[in-house]
Design a binder for this molecule. Sequence first.
Ligand code: 5AD
Ligand code: SF4
Length: 440
Amino acid sequence: MKVFIETYGCQMNVYDSGLVMSILKKDGWMQAERLEDADLILINTCSIRENAEQRVFGRLDVCLQQKKQREGLIVAVLGCMAQRMKDKLLEHPAVDLVVGPDSYRRMPALIAGAITGEPVLETTLSHTETYADMEPVRDDNGVTTFVSIMRGCNNMCSYCIVPYVRGPERSRDPESIIRECRNAFEAGYREVTLLGQNVDSYYWTSDEGPDSDMTFARLLEEVAQISPLLRVRFSTSHPKDMSNAVLYSMALYPNICTHIHLPVQSGSDVMLEKMNRKYDRARYMDRIQKIREIVPDCSVTTDVIAGFCSESLEDHNQTLDLLREVRFDSAFMFQYSMRPGTRAHRRFVDDVPEKEKTRRLSEIIDLQTAISLERNREHIGKSFEVLIEGVSKKNKDELFGRTSGNKVCVFPAQGHRKGEYVKVTVDSCTSATLIGHISE
Ligand code: 5AD
Ligand code: SF4
């Protein structure tokens, strides 16, 4: 029997899809390369914005067509949408099985239930499940990969669905994290990204007393000690929790990459308060200053939301102003999408017209694109260590990889291969890519 899995959303979902594959492979399933060849189709879903959910409904319609042609085909919805919509998803004629993110261990039994024709729903959230004893099937470039260090989220940002669909925050046993990172290194990987909704609040209480407790800064160092040839990244940091200790660890270990993704969401204190972010602009700027003081040349990237509830033009202008002040290397920029079930949905009115949200978003994107270009131009003429990730999509004689600061870099192959470190001198750039040549 063959299973096909399709993944939407964040890196955590990519990781989870790997866990599900690992559970199913142990149960005797083979992986199908194409949806058309599968006896079981899994769709691992995202609820972060409405358009993410709409895409999944589009895919479910494709699954329904398949079902009409092939008897016995089973379709399961996993992940955040499964958790959010629960039995409502079973109303879609394509869906046989709905499984939330904390119930993947039960997949073999649940699939067996679905095969008997019963609609199956399992969306219990857990305070303890971290899948610590498992490692995912890794379906990536063989060079860079993700390792989950925690699950869930306790930060009730008012716009955000994640705490409701991913459950409460829990940290994973550090030994299992370090083991997984070491195994990845021994399998040939040269970069691990430690994943969590808020990595700064990682905490593991040791049986041997508080001195042996594991903080995120210590965990980073332990992973960095696996090998100087293993790069370590992490995502996502939270401005309210990001400690100087993490910055000192970054400064101490050359293989901890000099990049921090520090979502700001808005430049306006009024909006930050309404978003329940628990920091203000001054605190955010203090974090930026500390990053630049302790880890000079550290890349900083961010997330921004345009058109949150009651956002005025003045609030919006403050976001633009913050982008100019910080000069982020790049940003993920979104237009606000009201999510049912969130605090904003209960308390606030989604009153910025869609057209105006779009206008504000494009203003933000235009400004940030210009800043990203300026930032990249500062790299021209300089040399960077690049970990090669593969062959460039546009030109098979060129390779691509990333700098420690997470900038994508393209350059002629000159006999080198993925998984190698090379020194690249930058000759030119776009707002998204550095273009150069191997200089060592
Ligand atoms: N609407 C728009 N963007 C959102 N994000 C989270 N929730 C929403 C929402 N309801 C953005 C935030 C977050 C990123 C992962 O997605 O910027 O940091
Ligand atoms: Fe990831 Fe959030 Fe989307 Fe869930 S809702 S897949 S946690 S981005």
